[in-house]
Write a protein that binds this ligand. Structure first.
Ligand code: ADP
Length: 477
């Protein structure tokens, strides 16, 4: 039994009011597939009102110390409502309840770090007097908000990833128009309620629910939006980048994350970290371990450990405390993963563990005998499937990791310093994680990829750099 009661219908959050629309769309309980609630569908006029309100709100003074107080309070309120929010995550994402609580705690951290950063936004002195003819001048920079930021977020981590956008945006003095993923919009609306209770001035956060493509287009057409910050698929990222014109765009896209297990690794610990980080949230995480390259000398032993640990996961109802892995976000997604695995098997891959689907539940799966051109290796699986291959030489495995259109994060298990340094310099990623898997992340570190994984960093300090403009002030004395 759920400890939360959901409203029958949630409204849009525009200028500090929740506004229900006549047209609605259902949000499903991802485990039972029953309707959990309905959300409102924004029309073009809602988008226009929200953006206008967001722009108008910028005129009201909102100094850094106040931003700090609001974000700190919101962080505290989030923790006070941890159980309620975790329950909603379990319902609308299908994320196991223990993992859901972890996400709420992380989100509270993200808001707290954003609050702290609100007080540290600073420019620097610029020695213009060093140039001949400028002896009597002095200069410094200030960082000013970009203005109105449109934030578009995905389904998989719908509280913390929203906090990663609204936290830094508000800390930096911007207004935000948020478009959360259709299938997991409820927690974003509760977050709006929390921000309001924490004292966020009306208009600084607007939440529009409904069709991604339509709202996305209306936001792109609206010239009062100064920046887009997006987490989601490369397909949509490209649409935004193409249509945003000369405006700022920060993109967090996918990855087919690789992790290397060298011959000197502590195999037991490595296997445990890899399965945790390959299968949490049913593999629906951008940095989820997908490709594992194991040194030939330790392959058999490592594979046995990996199989053993994978077999012990409990699949099922996200509300059950014992559940490790819940359903995927939809039946369609689980069927897609099943089709990719079946295709790999037809091409010669071997299922070592898993490979079975029951509705939207897909077993944690280990594949061997894979090659880099199979879909399960080449593309982003975004499901609980880990492919294991071998290597002999350091150069060979670095080339394999880099043979990808993506480059978000990679993992490397070894204490061989020369290998680590070579990998640090040559692996094309935004982050290399040594002695842990690709999926390591804490919320204040810079996080963002290269190649088709996107551009621009998240982590409040780094996101604030993206979400502010550096302005130089020069004095002629
Ligand atoms: P995912 O595979 O994680 O669902 P998507 O890129 O499809 O990734 O969705 C991420 C977010 O982008 C969601 O909030 C979705 O509603 C939104 N979205 C989908 N299509 C568009 C679009 N054409 N323009 C803008 N946003 C979109």
């Amino acid at each position: 039994m759920s400890v939360v009661t959901l409203s029958n219908q949630y409204g849009l959050y525009i200028n500090g009011q929740f506004e229900k629309t006549v047209d609605t769309t259902a949000v499903l309980n991802k485990y039972s597939q029953e309707v959990a609630a309905h959300i409102s569908i924004a029309k073009k006029e809602h988008v226009e009102t929200a953006v206008k309100g967001a722009k108008a709100a910028l005129k009201q003074p909102f100094p850094p110390y106040e931003r700090y107080k609001v974000l700190m309070k919101a962080s505290q309120l989030l923790l006070e409502r941890k159980e309620q929010l975790a329950n909603i995550l379990a319902i609308e994402v299908g994320k196991p309840i223990r993992e859901s609580r972890g996400e709420v705690e992380r989100a509270a951290q993200t808001l707290q770090i954003s609050a702290e950063e609100a007080k540290r936004i600073q420019g620097e002195g610029v020695p213009v007097e060093a140039a001949p003819g400028s002896e009597n001048r002095i200069a410094f920079t200030v960082r000013v908000p970009v203005g109105v930021i449109a934030a578009i977020t995905p389904f998989n981590v719908p509280i913390n990833l929203v906090c990663h956008k609204i936290g830094p945006a508000i800390a930096a003095g911007n207004s935000v128009v948020l478009k959360p993923a259709e299938v997991t919009s409820i927690c974003a609306l509760l977050l709006a309620e929390i921000m309001e209770e924490a004292g966020l001035p009306s208009g600084r956060l607007q939440v529009l629910t409904g069709s991604g493509a339509k709202i996305g287009d209306w936001l792109l057409e609206n010239k009062d939006i100064n920046m887009f910050t997006f987490t989601g698929s490369p397909r949509v990222g490209e649409i935004l980048r193409t249509k945003a014109g000369l405006r700022k765009v920060a993109l967090e896209l996918g990855n087919n994350s690789a992790t290397i297990v060298h011959k000197d690794a502590d195999l037991e610990q490595t296997a445990s970290l890899i399965v945790q980080k390959g299968f949490s949230n049913a593999g629906q995480v951008c940095i989820s371990v997908q490709r594992v390259y194991v040194h030939q000398d330790v392959y058999e032993r490592f594979l046995a450990l990996l199989k053993d640990q994978t077999s012990s996961f409990v699949l099922g109802d996200p509300m059950d405390e014992k559940t490790d892995i819940g359903p995927m976000i939809s039946l369609l997604e689980a069927e897609r993963v099943e089709a990719w695995v079946n295709e790999a098997v037809e091409q010669g891959a071997v299922i070592e563990v898993g490979g079975k689907r029951n509705g939207a539940l897909y077993d944690p799966t280990i594949l061997t005998n894979v090659n880099d051109d199979m879909k399960v290796c080449r593309q982003e699986v975004f499901g609980p499937v880990v492919s294991v291959a071998t290597y002999r030489e350091v150069d060979e495995v670095i080339a394999k990791v880099n043979d990808s259109e993506y480059g978000l994060q990679a993992g490397l298990f070894t204490n061989d310093l020369q290998f680590v340094m070579k990998a640090a310099l040559e692996i094309e990623v935004g982050g290399l994680i040594v002695n842990d898997a690709s999926a390591y992340r804490v919320d204040h570190m810079p996080y963002g990829g290269v190649k088709n994984s996107g551009n621009g960093k998240e982590g409040p300090k780094y996101a604030i750099e993206e979400m502010t403009e550096e302005r130089i002030i020069v004095f002629n004395l």
